[in-house]
Design a protein around this ligand. Structure first.
Ligand SMILES: *Cc1c(COP(=O)(O)O)cnc(C)c1O
Length: 366
């Protein structure tokens, strides 16, 4: 009997080298474990890399988003416009301050928030718009910037998947107050971790207080704050990770270009001139008439760690349905995408043999 060749290829493979290990050991030996000089160094480097004035580290991407809401005074009854085709934290951060997520539809080519759809749901209660750079593809920030100026709204960015993404050489994270995540599956990691970037001195000052119990001076609590601090161990991992980010991004792009060229049946990502997609995920659509779930099941059986990001839009999640606010909305492109997409391994750890295997297996099924 001929055994079919299989490989095991994970959807993500965090790259942790000797530098990261040594840096953590050095912190442990120093005894300065909590937020200190290492965190400040990492903040400076990450902000400078993206061309932002301030970087404020947090303990994860979710708290980075929550802190951004608080720093802008978004609160009870306010509305924030977001896509429903994203990770849950894009919405939960808004609910955490008593505000309401308002969902607009996506552009079917980029999977990102559509500016037209966002403009259509602006009301007198709208306080902010927060596009998500989904899968590492920058949302159309010049248009969102113009929209926010026109209606006097705050511009925020959920940049959790988009370290180093850019539009015409201007990096994400410099358009609005922007939250990043350093979870292990993201394009760079600190274990758990997050960061907010902003050019606004006052917003930066508030963010530093919010992450540290609302204090400016010790034990004087100026504002409501929590413990969202990053540890020095995490920052020590982040520094060498950031150094590798440009190379890793290039590998992701090279892998994606290889897939774009060689995959046949599936609908591959649509490049937009001037937009630098950093391929946090390489996400395709199945062709008409093909079952997405059958394809992903088969690819997983063949050892390819495919995933569906995201199978249920946020506005249909039980916790949102319970509010009764989302019964009468329709987001046709969002709903369609949740049924058709799947993501394939595109990480910098892939070798040539793995890339070819992925293409062969996908082409056999679609
Ligand atoms: C990962 C992610 C987050 C949350 O980041 P954590 O570090 O996991 O808390 C928020 N938004 C999006 C779009 C994400 O992908």
């Amino acid at each position: 009997m001929i055994q079919e060749k299989t490989m095991q290829i994970a959807i993500a493979r965090p790259q942790i080298g000797e530098e990261e290990k040594e840096a953590v050991v050095a912190i442990l030996s120093s005894g300065e474990l909590v937020q200190g000089k290492k965190v400040a160094e990492f903040e400076g480097l990450f902000a400078a890399y993206h061309g932002a004035k301030h970087g404020i580290a947090m303990n994860n991407g979710t708290t980075a988003l929550m802190a951004a809401m608080m720093a802008h005074g978004i609160g009870l009854g306010d509305e924030v416009i977001i896509p429903a085709f994203s990770f849950f934290a894009t919405a939960s951060c808004i609910m955490s301050v008593g505000a309401h997520p308002v969902f607009a539809d996506i552009d079917p080519d980029t999977f990102n928030l559509s500016p037209e759809s966002a403009e259509a749901v602006i009301t007198e209660k709208t306080k902010a718009i927060m596009p998500v750079h989904l899968y590492g593809y920058p949302a159309d920030m010049p248009r969102f910037e113009a929209l926010c100026q026109k209606y006097n709204l705050v511009l925020l960015e959920d940049a959790a998947q988009a370290h180093g993404a850019a539009i015409h050489d201007r990096y994400v994270g410099t358009w609005g107050t922007a939250s990043f995540s350093f979870y292990p599956t993201k394009n760079m990691t600190t274990g758990e971790g997050g960061m907010v970037l902003t050019d606004d001195d006052e917003i930066a000052r508030r963010l530093r207080m919010i992450r540290n119990q609302g204090m400016n001076t010790q034990y004087y609590h100026e504002t409501l704050g929590y413990n969202f601090r990053m540890t020095n161990m995490s920052a020590a991992i982040g520094i060498p990770q950031l150094k590798h980010l440009p190379d890793w991004t290039q590998s992701r792009i090279a892998n994606a270009e290889y897939f774009n060229k060689n995959m046949q049946g599936v609908k591959t990502p649509v490049p937009q001139s001037g937009f630098k997609h950093v391929y946090h995920q390489y996400t395709v659509r199945v062709p008409e008439g093909v079952s997405r779930d059958a394809v992903t099941k088969r690819l997983n059986e063949r050892g390819i760690g495919v995933r569906v990001y995201y199978p249920l839009p946020i506005y249909k999640q039980p916790v949102l349905l319970q509010t009764g606010r989302y019964d009468n909305i329709t987001l046709p492109e969002t709903d369609k995408a949740t049924l058709e997409v799947f993501s394939l391994p595109v990480h910098p750890g892939l070798n040539d043999e793995e890339r070819a295997y992925i293409v062969d297996e996908v082409n056999k099924l679609c």
